[in-house]
Ligand binder design. Structure first.
Ligand code: NAD
Ligand code: WQD
Length: 351
């Protein structure tokens, strides 16, 4: 479609795990992108890999900038106008739950300021279309699964509260100025990697999340996986989550953006991005063993404070509004995550 070819989208956090996959899918859909990232939790090598996957005929620009620094707002406005942006996907931010409990102000400052500066820049550039990386963490432990978007919002840690406050801020922005089209995407548990094996998650230090931990055990970097509790009221006693392949997730952003850019109606909406079904920790480990053909030693330890037994999405709204649903299986998630881990055992390193 002609209008797709001319979309010019800012991707904040575009060098990060999810952002790099979003960048690839936006380029594949014919859009031009401007990645804005300060590489606080990512590598410039990811940008080379995005270009490599996307091929020669794409328009990828990069602005290395701390979006949380108010002094950079003018630079961002200039870049947005110069680029001719007509929308943005906002992924930049900090995301470690434990760290947010220890350093809440750093989380509030970074996550809220980055959003504030971006929204101001989009306003100045006349590009009032925004897809925001929210999280299923905004639901906390207050709902029965499957959770739909009308579920009670009750985040249980500072990281989750930054997402909740930003959602609220964006809802206010959209109701005050009818030119805005905003979508808060509530991701469930993104895992896996691009099937090329060239981009994937590259955690600094010991991983907090299940899949990167399993992958590091499989590749021999860590001795064994600790399973946080086997006495939950779930079928096998371990925690149940809605794992979503990062490529499906990235395509969900393209679908959301397409919807925002073409719909008549303005305003803000909230949409879950999940598969709509749950898998337990033991199922994930078994699937990873099959995909990697490696032994993955485990031990059962105490529950992790703050964890809930089970959460998975009602993914109906994304299907109804965007015509989007996940296509990849748990096996695909493990196979692709494993390929990335095996081929990049130390993360992003120059070829
Ligand atoms: P990530 O850390 O890999 O990516 C975030 C990117 O933002 C990084 O490239 C980082 O360098 C950049 N960044 C951080 N602070 C910045 C700043 N001040 N200025 C400019 N750039 C900055 O994380 P991810 O897993 O790709 O997550 C992307 C987004 O999705 C985040 O907002 C996260 O909260 C949200 N999210 C992630 C998950 C998940 O499980 N990974 C789940 C739900 C929501
Ligand atoms: C999954 C399951 C653990 C590690 C977190 C954030 C959330 C969101 C995604 C951004 C649980 C179990 C884990 C391990 C284990 N991020 N587990 N051993 O907790 O659902 O969500 O990441 O928005 O905000 O809270 O994901 O991958 O950490 O855990 O047994 O070493 O694996 O108990 O049942 P979680 P996770």
């Amino acid at each position: 479609m002609a209008e797709q070819a001319t979309d010019r989208i800012i991707v904040t956090g575009g060098a990060g795990y999810i952002g790099a996959h979003v960048a690839v899918e936006l380029l594949a859909s014919g859009r031009s992108i401007l990645i804005v990232d300060n590489f606080a939790n990512s590598s410039p090598i990811a940008i080379d890999r995005i270009r490599e996957i996307a091929g020669d005929d794409v328009d990828v620009r990069v602005l290395a900038l701390d979006l949380a620094d108010d002094a950079n707002r003018e630079k961002l406005i200039e870049a947005a106008i110069d680029f001719g942006a007509n929308g943005a996907v906002h992924l930049a931010g900090l995301k470690a739950v434990g760290e947010s409990v220890a350093a809440p102000l750093r989380y509030y400052e970074t996550n809220i300021r980055t959003t504030f500066n971006l929204v101001r820049a989009l306003e100045a550039a006349g590009a009032r279309t925004l897809v925001f990386s929210s999280s299923a963490t905004v639901y906390g432990d207050a709902n029965q699964s499957p959770v739909n978007e009308a579920g009670r919002l009750s985040p249980t840690n500072p990281y989750g509260r930054t997402k909740f406050f930003i959602e609220e801020m964006l809802r206010d922005v959209a109701s005050a100025d009818a030119h805005w089209r905003i979508c808060n995407l509530r991701y469930f548990n993104p895992v896996g990697a691009h099937p090329s094996g060239r981009i994937g998650e590259d955690p600094k230090g010991p991983p907090n999340n299940l899949f990167p931990y399993i992958a590091q055990v499989a590749v021999g970097r860590r001795e064994k996986l600790s399973i946080f509790g086997d006495d939950y009221p779930t079928p096998d006693g371990t925690g149940v989550r809605d794992y979503i392949h990062v490529v499906d997730l990235a395509r969900g952003h393209v679908a959301a953006l397409q919807y925002l850019l073409t719909r008549e109606e303005k305003g803000a909406l909230d949409v879950n991005l999940g598969a709509g079904r749950g898998h337990s920790v033991l199922e994930a480990v078994a699937a990873f063993r099959r995909a990697s053909n490696r032994d993955i030693p485990t031990q059962i330890v105490a529950r992790r404070p703050g964890d809930i037994a089970e959460i998975y999405a009602d993914a109906g709204r994304a299907a109804d509004l965007f015509g989007w649903k996940t296509e990849k299986s748990l096996h695909d998630m493990c196979t692709d995550h494993w390929r990335w881990q095996r081929e990049n055992p130390s993360g992003y390193v120059e070829d």
